[in-house]
Design a binder for this molecule. Structure first.
Ligand SMILES: [Zn+2]
Length: 433
């Protein structure tokens, strides 16, 4: 595809008008003020009219539970612990592998519709997750979940075999679109020996780790009671969780010493502002983390606690919340918000050639329709993207050079069937409870 006369957000997160951007295969091969030569243009194929359009890097959702789409709207107005124990866990016990496939497929459709090309997922039945992501044409870092109560070790759990199978069949599949990670659900759902088992496995197989950290005040304080005053960050740091690449979701209740550790160990923190507010968990100290150099990216979390995959909505909250929380309007620039939602998310997934519009980078792009009233005037285009734009302004999403959404059409999947399957499977599960 050759995008003609299009406005874009470049690799330095600067706005440039009236550009030409060429894509060949899975990569961006041309960016310029003028059209490429005829031979190059012929290789790029379809010409895309960029008038009233804005081309930007696609979004990377750094924390998700795609199959939880089944639970959208199911457990509402509950605090996290009772939300999890009384509603979510009993519902999840009824979810089959095929349910996971359909819910992940619908989640992929929703993400593609909102300009998201890749997500980091923590759940179960990840073979089915991989199947859905491959079919939808998206990318994902998929991780099967460690929950290990009592003295249970990794070798005692089906997870041990799941890890091996996922690695064998899916690690690096589809030209790297699928990456298999490890995960540790949380401090309060595992024991130190099992955590150490997962860390050893991850390091042995060069895998990244995803983990929930200090999401609620209760979790943070109970961890200190259980582990001689260690916070979740200190506890996981001592167990080697941060010795390799790691994404820590939430980090709402981290203290100053925790922030030092997260910065020094190069941990990616996936902020989930919508989910944290919806579950009444609080506000992560995002401005302080960014100031200290923590690598903060952005996630939607699951659909039972958001309840949508519109990353632009989370990006809006990401930019707003620290201002209100700290009563300082100077905090979080539009560039910082955009970087967290795109490039930093790609880096958190180990995708160093993704998340920016640059020659040689993967063609992971989204196009925003900027003809609507909320985009005028374009006095400050980046401010418009962060504060005036919506996910529904996305009119095209491209992943590895392939269009996965355009103007109400999902060329890779049957959207009506995906909606029907998820709706009827949710009804079945609720009737079984
Ligand atoms: Zn989560």
């Amino acid at each position: 595809m050759l995008f003609a006369h299009i406005n874009l957000i470049d690799k330095d997160f600067q706005y440039r008008e009236n550009q030409w951007v060429g894509v060949e295969g899975s990569r961006i091969t041309y960016i310029g003020d003028t059209a490429p030569d005829e031979a190059s243009a012929a290789r790029m194929g379809k010409l895309y009219d960029g008038e009233n359009k804005l081309l930007m890097p696609a979004f990377y959702n750094a924390h998700a539970h795609a199959p939880m789409t089944l639970l959208r709207g199911y457990a509402e107005n509950l605090p996290l612990q009772s939300w999890l124990n009384d509603s979510v866990f009993p519902f999840e016990a009824k979810i089959t592998p095929e349910d996971c496939y359909w819910a992940t497929l619908l989640s992929c459709a929703e993400m593609a519709r909102y300009g998201v090309v890749s997500f980091s997922d923590m759940y179960y039945h990840m073979d089915q997750g991989a199947r859905a992501v491959i079919e939808a044409g998206l990318k994902a870092n998929l991780s099967d979940t460690l929950i290990a109560f009592g003295e249970t070790r990794l070798k005692d759990l089906p997870l041990a075999e799941n890890h091996k199978r996922l690695l064998r069949y899916f690690q690096g599949a589809e030209d790297g679109r699928i990456v298999v990670d490890c995960n540790i659900h949380a401090e309060y759902t595992s024991n130190p020996a099992a955590v150490a088992d997962v860390v050893a496995f991850a390091h042995e197989h060069d895998m990244r780790i995803q983990v929930h950290v200090s999401e609620t005040e209760l979790e943070h304080e109970e961890c200190k009671d259980r582990h001689d005053g260690l916070t979740p960050v200190q506890y996981f740091n001592n167990l080697g969780v941060f010795d390799g690449p790691c994404t820590a979701a939430h980090c709402v209740w981290v203290d100053d010493a925790d922030i030092e550790i997260l910065a020094d160990r190069g941990v990616f923190v996936a902020a989930n502002p919508a989910s944290n507010m919806k579950l009444g968990s609080g506000f992560a100290p995002l401005a302080k983390m960014l100031e200290r150099g923590v690598r903060v990216c952005l996630g939607t979390d699951g659909m039972a606690s958001n309840n949508n995959n519109d990353m632009m909505q989370d990006m809006y909250l990401f930019a707003l919340l620290p201002k209100g929380d700290m009563r300082n309007p100077a905090l979080i620039t539009p560039q910082e918000a955009l970087f967290a939602a795109t490039r930093q998310g790609a880096l958190s997934q180990g995708r160093s050639d993704c998340g920016m519009i640059e020659v040689g980078a993967k063609a992971d792009l989204c196009v925003l329709d900027i003809s609507g009233p909320s985009w005028t005037p374009m006095t400050n285009p980046l401010v418009n993207v962060v504060y005036a734009g919506h996910g529904s302004d996305v009119c095209l999403t491209m992943c590895d050079g392939r269009v996965v959404y355009e103007d109400g059409i999902w060329p890779t999947l049957d959207i009506d069937q995906a909606k029907y399957e998820v709706s009827s499977r949710t009804q079945r599960i609720i009737s079984e409870l």
